[in-house]
Design a protein around this ligand. Structure first.
Ligand code: GLA
Length: 377
């Protein structure tokens, strides 16, 4: 099965935009290995938009790699990434042009897919710009979904409509393994907060083999790069990463991983948080309790394998304070005979047994993530 768990890796777009070249991709590939990201489970190195020449080859009609920035070609780049034990992600678009104005795969789905497979692609991110208006979006993705399968290679099909046309309703049916459910992220608290809040009711559609994709992480960008905007604080980056882990969304790093701070590297390689993201049952999280009068303060829960649960407390409001969790709303009625213990996945501390209610004090924009289990009272 392809994409048994949410794919993990890196994508060039957030930081580098169109300023990409083969040396940069190789350095990032090396950094993945040297900084322990590969060991933590990150594996796809995705080269996003702007990797090709502006026009197809006039004779073969193939998309060709930019001759100056990728002089060795995409096959050589794929070989390099594979030689370091990692996987190669490529990018194209369902329209006549990519979002950045490069050739799209509309009408060339099968021949392009064959080319991508011959370069060793293990993932294709497939975008949604410049598509002829009278073509149904689902049909465009069916075409590439089929074309990828026809190559005979295992290629993760990353459907990217920016949330348009309700991909949660059809992406899985057309062979998608992940689908972008929102417009583009930018590196600010408001951006990732709105993305997460917009999707909590859609998380029930996420499951093994096809995942709701909340977009590439901005953790560690600090306002630099293509989608830099204002940047976030470390508290906010922790909250973003915990939301992505609890919501089971693909973990695609978007910062310059060559220069990550030690603390953020520790965050994105936190084994316990990643285990929540990668839980084998791949169930969707749901909201448990919202603060009665301060909006943005809510606890969420997710059923994990082995009878355990993950619980996240998120203070997305602009003031410090408490975030509540009622065991009753999580499914434990008063007469159940069970309580819960909460193991904090960042500090390692474990709470005493809670019978009816738990609440956590958090700074504005902060969060706390726990693994919990039932305890007989
Ligand atoms: C769209 C996608 C982004 C990125 C750009 C590239 O906006 O949503 O993630 O791939 O295109 O042009």
């Amino acid at each position: 099965m392809i994409a048994e768990r949410p794919p993990m890796g890196f994508n060039t777009w957030n930081t580098f935009g169109k300023d990409i070249n083969e040396e940069l991709i190789k350095e990032i590939t090396d950094a993945f290995v040297e900084k322990g990201l590969k060991d933590a489970g990150y594996e796809y190195i995705v080269v996003d938009d702007c990797w090709s020449e502006k026009e197809r080859d006039p004779i073969t009609h193939r998309i060709v790699a930019d001759k100056k920035r990728f002089p060795s070609g995409m096959k050589a780049l794929g070989d390099y990434i594979h030689s370091r034990g990692l996987k190669f992600g490529m990018y194209s678009c369902s329209g006549v042009r990519t979002c950045g104005g490069y050739p799209g795969s509309f009408g060339y789905e099968f021949s392009d897919a064959r080319d991508f497979a011959s370069y060793g692609a293990d993932l294709l991110k497939y975008d949604f710009c410049f598509r002829p208006g009278d073509v149904e979006s689902k049909l465009l993705y069916k075409r590439m979904g089929m074309a990828l399968r026809a190559t005979g290679r295992d290629i993760v099909f990353s459907v990217c409509t920016g949330g348009m046309d309700h991909p949660e309703r059809w992406a899985r049916s057309v062979g998608g393994h992940m689908y972008r459910s929102t417009l583009d992220i930018s590196d600010s608290f408001e951006s990732f907060k709105n993305i997460a809040i917009s999707q909590w009711q859609n998380l029930c559609y996420t499951a093994q083999g096809c995942f709701n994709d909340l977009d590439m992480l901005t953790v560690g960008m600090y306002g630099n790069g293509n989608v830099g905007e204002g940047g976030c604080t470390d508290i906010e980056y922790t909250t973003q990463f915990c939301l992505w882990c609890l919501f089971g969304t693909p973990l695609m790093l978007g910062c310059d991983v060559r220069n990550m701070s030690r603390s953020l590297l520790e965050l994105v390689t936190n084994k316990k948080l990643i285990e929540v993201n990668q839980d084998p049952e791949c169930r969707g999280a749901f909201k448990v309790t919202s603060h009665p009068w301060i909006s943005g303060r809510s606890s969420y829960m997710r059923f994990l394998s082995n009878g355990e649960y993950a619980v996240g407390f998120f203070n997305l409001s602009d003031t410090d304070g408490d975030v509540p969790f009622y065991l009753y709303s999580a499914g434990l009625g008063e007469s159940s005979g069970y309580g819960m213990v909460f193991e904090n996945l960042i500090t390692g501390e474990t709470s005493e047994v809670r019978r009816d209610f738990y609440s956590v004090e958090l700074p504005a924009h902060g969060c706390a993530m726990f693994r919990t289990r039932l305890v007989k009272l």
